[in-house]
Ligand binder design. Structure first.
Ligand code: AMP
Length: 357
């Protein structure tokens, strides 16, 4: 028997105070819940909309314990939260999703091995611990290839693309900061899609319709739904997310990034959290990914995530957004981050249109 659902007024602890934490807290507030954010950086944008903020480092045990003691359940909004910090919180209060999902998603090599173990296709890869491995990897996988650090990569950071013209193995190794990495063979995909799935405390699994993603410079530029893929492939993508959720005994929302190729689906990576490619759900579904996550971690039944509209979500990256366009059919979401910097996600705009049959 799963534990009782948390009552209205319960406190949700969020490790990380970026825009994902902010939108989680807003969804939590709509359900009558309160949020407490833990964030090392000053003035986290989630801090503007929560009941409480703890500003402390992730290795500050006393602060983590006090944070855990002040909440009924905890979650995280980015995957690079140190496992030791999660363990310190989990000693006092449930952390959902749990440690295993974080452990797998924090290490690209562990992630690939996990996915392969489920019988899912991933890009061909080789672990790389030095320039020699890299030269052997080029020989085995050919070029182009992509060298990705095992840890702390996001939004295209910690990645180098390798072409026949270069860089050389030592140069590429230096470019990823001589950090343990994975060399991936290039997947010539037709489309990039992602599935935002959710699993409840009772094991119920649901998924939003797959979205189609466009990246620019390794950063998500836009997501469109429905994805222009065959219905059977969309269903397969959803089933992949379900397999992953069950295998991790997951509670909460997950983002699964998938390449659609001529020969089938190849899983690129998983994000054990709400995901940028699921922001469209805020305006095109009755229950969005943030509410679904809050419901799951609080032990509530999952909500109705059916899509009532077609949608295109476009990120506002590195742009100062002085005023929101008053455009028909467009919903503007700004993160309250203040100064725009190149590559910084400042907000997003979702345009909806009547759902095509
Ligand atoms: P990632 O950080 O792994 O999500 O990579 C960022 C983006 O780079 C992906 O969304 C793809 O557009 C591209 N990419 C990453 N890995 C590969 C690959 N093995 N083959 C082709 N494109 C890739």
């Amino acid at each position: 028997m799963p534990p009782e659902p948390l009552p209205e007024g319960a406190r949700i602890g969020i490790l990380g105070g970026g825009q994902l934490g902010r939108m989680l807290a807003l969804a939590a507030a709509r359900l009558g819940m309160r949020a407490h954010v833990f964030e090392p950086a000053a003035e986290p944008c989630a801090g503007q909309v929560v009941e409480r903020v703890t500003r402390a480092e992730y290795d500050d045990r006393a602060a983590l314990e006090a944070f855990a003691a002040s909440v009924d359940v905890a979650t995280y909004e980015f995957e690079n939260v140190p496992l030791a910090a999660v363990d310190a919180v989990a000693a006092r209060v449930p952390v959902r999703p749990g440690r295993r999902a974080l452990e797998v998603a924090q290490d690209r090599l562990a992630e690939k091995e996990f996915l392969r173990g489920l019988g899912l296709s991933v890009a061909p890869y080789r672990p790389v611990d030095g320039p020699e491995d890299l030269a052997a990897g080029f020989a085995a996988l050919g070029v182009p290839a992509i060298l990705k650090t095992r840890r702390f990569g996001y939004d295209g950071k910690g990645q180098v693309r390798i072409e026949a013209s270069g860089p050389s193995a030592p140069e590429a190794w230096a470019a990823v900061g001589a950090a343990p990495s994975v060399l991936e063979g290039f997947v010539s995909f037709e489309r990039e899609v992602s599935v935002i799935g959710a699993r409840g405390l009772d094991g119920a699994v649901v998924a939003f319709d797959p979205g189609e993603n466009l990246h620019r410079d390794g950063i998500l530029h836009s997501t469109s739904v429905p994805a222009a893929i065959a219905p059977a492939l969309a269903q397969d993508a959803v089933l992949i997310a379900g397999r992953i959720l069950n295998a991790l005994d997951y509670v909460g929302v997950i983002g699964v990034e998938i390449f659609a190729t001529e020969t089938g689906l190849v899983v690129n990576e998983i994000a054990p959290r709400v995901h940028n490619s699921g922001h469209w759900t805020q305006d095109a579904c009755l229950t969005d990914q943030f509410e679904q996550h809050v419901r799951a971690i609080c032990g509530w039944p999952l909500g109705d995530g059916r899509r009532h509209s077609d949608a295109v979500m476009v990120n506002l990256i590195g742009e100062a957004v002085a005023s929101a366009p008053g455009e028909t059919g467009a919903a503007v979401h700004l993160y309250g981050k203040g100064a725009a910097r190149p590559g910084r996600k400042m907000g997003h705009v979702t345009r909806i249109a009547p759902r095509r049959p």
